[in-house]
Ligand binder design. Structure first.
Ligand code: FPP
Length: 239
């Protein structure tokens, strides 16, 4: 009953810091620690795909210093964790508009993708400068470009073609989507890919997230019955 693909909206860094009368950057720093803990634990448990919403397209509108701090944290995470990713067979992949990232962040990201490309035990997907609608728009543009060259007919457009045109092309659908910090919304995260995902919301702020919280989310998932439109008797017949 372990989900193959877990996706997490890491929310609440700011509130975590505010509650302690600390600057928001402290919340993000502790958030980066929570990322380390969560990746390690997910790998130990045997989760095959873990996608983390690290930075949304809308986050570019935050104060410049905060954006700068988040970029620095992302860069140092990638630099510091590279060895551990390799030792643990974790492949790093990024989704989102990487061309909008500062050049040195993009460089480290792509170097990490390249050096871990052969790793097969787990895939860690970082959503950076990501927005699901924008990703869908990009996919539709790609598909219509093929159509305008006469390489595609309307009947060729299928769920599979759309899935293959998204930045998550080689990543399976999300089974379990987690959001921390008490907000009950999806904020443009993986709208096509998480269409049939089980949703799990927790009040825990992201910097407090760790092994116990991931275990709890997985235990809840294991108790859910995914029916995909079928009835109970059909599900019983499948097991
Ligand atoms: C949401 O908290 C979190 C973010 C916008 C960024 C997430 C970034 C990290 C966890 C750290 C760096 C990432 C990596 C991969 C090392 P918020 O600031 O929106 O919190 P709030 O809603 O309480 O203000």
């Amino acid at each position: 009953m372990l989900p193959e693909h877990v996706a997490i909206i890491m929310d609440g860094n700011g509130r975590w810091a505010q509650r302690r009368e600390l600057p928001r950057t402290s919340g993000h720093e502790q958030g980066a620690e929570a990322v380390r803990r969560t990746v390690r634990h997910a790998r130990r448990l045997g989760i095959r795909y873990l996608t983390l919403f690290a930075f949304s397209t809308l986050n570019w509108a935050r104060p410049q210093e905060e954006v700068h701090e988040l970029m620095l944290l992302l860069e140092s995470f990638l630099r510091d964790e590279r060895e551990e990713l390799l030792e643990n067979g974790i492949r790093l992949m990024a989704i989102g508009e990487r061309e909008l990232l500062p050049p040195q962040v993009r460089r480290v990201l792509e170097e990490t993708e390249a050096v871990t490309a052969h790793c097969e035990d787990m895939v860690l997907v970082l959503a950076v400068s990501y927005d699901g609608r924008r990703d869908l728009v990009r996919a539709v543009r790609q598909i219509t470009a093929l159509a305008s060259r006469g390489e595609l007919l309307p009947a060729d457009v299928s769920e599979e073609l759309i899935a293959r045109s998204l930045s998550t092309a080689h990543i399976p659908d999300v089974d379990l989507l987690v959001r921390t910090s008490g907000e009950i919304r999806l904020s443009g995260f993986l709208p096509f890919e998480a269409c049939y995902a089980e949703l799990y919301f927790t009040d825990t702020h992201w910097p407090d997230f760790g092994e116990a919280q991931l275990d709890e989310a997985l235990a809840t998932y294991a108790r859910r019955q995914r029916r995909f439109g079928l009835i109970d008797a059909q599900i019983a017949g499948m097991v």
